[in-house]
Ligand binder design. Structure first.
Ligand SMILES: Cc1ncc(COP(=O)(O)O)c(C=O)c1O
Length: 390
């Protein structure tokens, strides 16, 4: 009896995933602000701008009509068609609307994709540093994220050699890449992406491409995996380029063979994606001019940091190719990025995310700065960090 009762109180081992440390930084920043202190926020990876006006207007009109019921599990046809058209317009790649599945943010896309692709125990290669939920979602589903260390020597991405070496050590069933990536802000060249996809597919390793930061590319245009393979699973979202984090709407482009499985999963797991958000997302594509202006703001922020941080003392960082992240090496000052982030927050009033959130090994020497805020904030951060490190 006692044993049974005790078991009922313990969470399952697969739910035992680590928390997001950035949340601790946010809580500490909130405490400083509650005391009346000033904090420049560079810890959170979300746009400060609102969703495009076109999206907000479409949502308002739909709300006034009041007809907000369930939708088809794979998404409303106008949105699936509009997303398919986007591939032709943006990348010159033909994608049929039937292969597009609307999801509750890209986060739900990962759950659906992993469930449809992998068996419990399957191993999926992930770049380290990388976005922590990839690994944690895999863990919760009984699969294993296999970290592949990336560095300047590998152009900050998983190389064919590294993938094949990990596969030889113990077979992999999948590999997931993001370009632009979080937290590094680095990107893969189209040729490198194409080579990696070809190598993975030759070995029967399923390829997943997280393209959530597409549209936010500054160094060179981001390439879609859809251009190189009809077997790759592409995951994307309205959260970043379209500034729609809270609307919780994203999409996948799937190989034909997975469509019915994902449809059945979505029917059972969530029935459908929030209707209002789908309607808004379809209209978001008409607000691209507004979003391009937001992107120009990030470009200016990027320029301020790339020029200003070295003067402030942080002169070692990864190529600032895309997304809105700058990943800085702080090992000159500290080998404990959590402590460094805490002190920078308390003493300089600048909040950034310690690298240990993204890389348990080398993350102790890195900080991630998000430049999704205002140009004035970027200038202030450079000033404050410079004065603090001097
Ligand atoms: C690389 C990456 N992928 C996916 C997500 C999840 O975003 P969403 O669920 O809002 O689409 C994020 C969020 O920060 C991210 O940085």
């Amino acid at each position: 009896m006692l044993d049974q009762a005790r078991r009922a109180l313990i969470a399952s081992s697969r739910s035992d995933v680590p928390p997001f440390i950035v949340m601790d930084v946010m809580a500490a920043a909130a405490r400083i602000e509650a005391r009346g202190g000033r904090v420049v926020h560079m810890e959170v990876g979300q746009p400060a701008a609102s969703a495009p006006k076109t999206a907000r207007e479409a949502a308002k009109a739909a709300l006034d009509l009041g007809d907000i019921g369930y939708t088809q599990a794979l998404g409303i046809p106008p949105l699936r068609q509009r997303i398919a058209r986007h591939y032709g317009e943006t990348y010159g790649v033909a994608v049929e609307a039937e292969r597009v599945v609307v999801t509750t943010g890209s986060s739900a896309g990962f759950i659906l994709a992993f469930l449809a692709l992998f068996e419990p125990g399957d191993r999926v290669a992930l770049a380290s540093p990388g976005y922590p939920p990839y690994r944690h979602i895999l863990t919760a589903l009984g699969c294993e994220g296999v970290p592949i260390e990336i560095s300047a020597a590998t152009n900050w991405s998983i190389t064919v050699d590294a993938l094949l070496a990990a596969h030889r050590e113990k077979p992999l069933q999948g590999v997931l890449v993001a370009s632009p990536a979080n937290p590094t802000g680095t990107m893969m060249r189209a040729e490198a992406l194409a080579e990696l996809i070809a190598a993975a597919e030759t070995q029967g390793i399923r390829f997943i491409s997280d393209e959530i930061y597409h549209g936010l590319d500054y160094a060179f245009p981001a390439a879609t995996a859809a251009k190189f393979s009809a077997q790759a699973v592409i995951i994307n979202s309205f959260s970043k380029y379209f500034c729609m984090t809270g609307w919780r709407v994203g999409w996948m482009v799937l190989p034909d063979a997975l469509l019915r499985a994902v449809e059945r999963l979505q029917q059972n797991l969530s029935i459908s994606v929030p209707t209002l958000s789908q309607i808004a997302a379809a209209a978001a594509f008409d607000g691209r001019a507004e979003m391009e202006a937001v992107k120009h703001g990030y470009e200016e922020n990027r320029r301020i940091l790339v020029e200003g941080l070295p003067r402030a003392g942080l002169d070692k960082f990864l190529p600032v190719d895309g997304a809105f992240y700058l990943y800085a090496d702080v090992s000159r000052f500290s080998r404990d990025s959590l402590d460094f982030a805490k002190r920078m927050l308390e003493e300089a009033g600048v909040a950034a995310t310690p690298g240990i959130d993204f890389d348990p090994v080398h993350g102790k020497e890195f900080l991630r700065f998000s430049y999704a805020g205002s140009a004035a904030d970027m200038r202030e951060a450079v000033e404050r960090i410079g004065a603090w490190l001097r």
